[in-house]
Design a protein around this ligand. Sequence first.
Ligand code: TRP
Length: 453
Amino acid sequence: MKRGSFGSRLGFILAASGSAVGLGNIWKFPFEVSNGGGAAFLLMYLFFCFILCFPVIVSEIAIGRKTKKNAIGAFNKLNHRKWNFIGKMGVLCGVLILSFYTVVAGWVLGYVIEMVNGNFDISNDFGAYVNDIENVFLYSILFMFFTALIVSKGIEKGIEKAAKILMPSLIGIILVLIIYALTLPNSIDGIIFYLVPDFSQINLNIAGNALGQAFFSLSLGMGMLITYGSYVDDKNNIVNSAALITLADVGIAFLSGLIIFPFVFSSGIETQGGAGLIFEVFPKIFENLGNTTGIIVGSTFFILLSFAAITSTVSLLEVPVSYLVDEYKVDRKYSVWIVAITILIIGIPSALSQGKYVFFSDFITYFGSDQPIDFMQFIIDISNDTLLPFGGFLITIYVSFVWKKQNLSDEISKGYLNYKGSFIEKYINFSITYICPLILGSIFILTFINKFF
Ligand code: TRP
């Protein structure tokens, strides 16, 4: 059977940006910024994205396009079967991420309905809401259903088409919400809080968070871009595409902050930020806008989040699906539904970990800490903050010492005429051999020890 491919260059960029732009940008990024010293965090984040992550993005896409295979098969195809554990780790990591991501996306979807109904009081009951398990399951299943539906239609007719509709809508909604947010009273205080750097806040913990956030947000380190890259044709300029994807991701994360902070500051509501921000504080903010405006702005906001989330869940689902399709010749439709159902089941403990079921909400206590953490947070710690940077580290080692930079350059130059000998080639090669392994490796080890011990 013919393997799918993206129909156009723009289609690939939109799909890959769609994967990158997700809950990580709109929900997680702004409060990471505010916890990490505002613009000080932002600068560090930009440095990580462009200096450390960029060469990894290019490498992943190149490996995928060269082999036209999934995250695991790609290593086999290059005759480095021993290294396919990087891909195996990636597939596992993708499954873990998708398992909790679907739960959070389910909350978001549920909130669209709550906002449409003008039920702003939900903000006082977020704890009860996430423990209303039947409801949470219902929306998670629904969200997974839409995701699976898109993936089952294949690359061009499913993933690409969805991205072409959803990404422009997402950008439109963001711009409208920013304009609206900036007209609110005191919005400027929010902008100042967001953008004035406080360098004293930067420490190892924050640096580790910034790195984890960069990998998570760019969907990096688990073979997602190997998979999408395998559907890209040789004319594509990988370096340009990687730059556009990075810009789109960083840009949208940045713009979300311009919505979030003016909203928070103009509402006058005291908040610690944190994970509950969007679910606990935002409905109150919408309520203060008056009923009709609140319903419109509130539901638009959660629709925005749903759009961002679904282009990401689609990419996460595609990774194991393409593995089954390539390696075991399983029919795409069949493998989509099998994987989707399996992941929903793996997500059950995450859904149950929000308080009511103590076994999952006090799941584990790390060495030297007395605070137990819940199952979902445990999965997030393993996947986002550990496996992703580690996967990225391994990919740089693999490319520089096993696959070899010469092959990387050959692959990139297929779609980039004067790549060889250019400054950008020297930079990518230098970074991938020295800077990336060194910095990724040391931050990874330090944060790993810091987090779990
Ligand atoms: N990048 C997405 C976000 O910011 C999440 C995501 C999608 C992801 N695909 C991924 C994270 C692959 C890591 C790996 O929400």
